[in-house]
Design a protein around this ligand. Sequence first.
Ligand SMILES: [Fe+2]
Ligand SMILES: [Fe+2]
Length: 182
Amino acid sequence: MKKMTEQHLINAFGGESMAHMRYLHFANQAVREDFANVARLFRAIAHAEYIHAGDHYLELKHLNNGFVANSMGAFGPGDTKKNLRLAIAGETFEIMEMYPAYIEVARRQSEDGARRSFEWSYATEIMHKALFEKALAAVDQGRDPEVGPVQVCEVCGYTLEGDAPDRCPVCGAEKEKFRVFS
Ligand SMILES: [Fe+2]
Ligand SMILES: [Fe+2]
């Protein structure tokens, strides 16, 4: 594998792994503040980040002596309002800078497996940002947002609110591959 794409996969694995953990702690904080739907949203999206990390990880199986990954995560315990802002900032960075650049490098380096993994994450983070922004608008007014069932594709992590589609619009997986957080 080309070294630059390989490093991007390691970075993305680290970032998604820590996003997973961060969102689980953010869910716990939302429970403390009686924002049950925000907590559920954080748990669903934490699961999506776990899927992303796993997809990147599988592309790195040639590194069988192990590798060291940085998290690139934003930390600092805070209230749910602050946590949602941190989450939106992280998703925005992934959408605006990280994944578009990683996708382009992988394409130029003909690393198709890595490119596919990056594209799956990119498509998902757009949804995450929108869901967090909707949640923050309610929390800013001191109330728990209305959130329907949240569906997460177990193959690519794609996340949507509502009923599971017949096929995942990102990876084509069948309806049964969606895990619902309701
Ligand atoms: Fe995300
Ligand atoms: Fe999918």
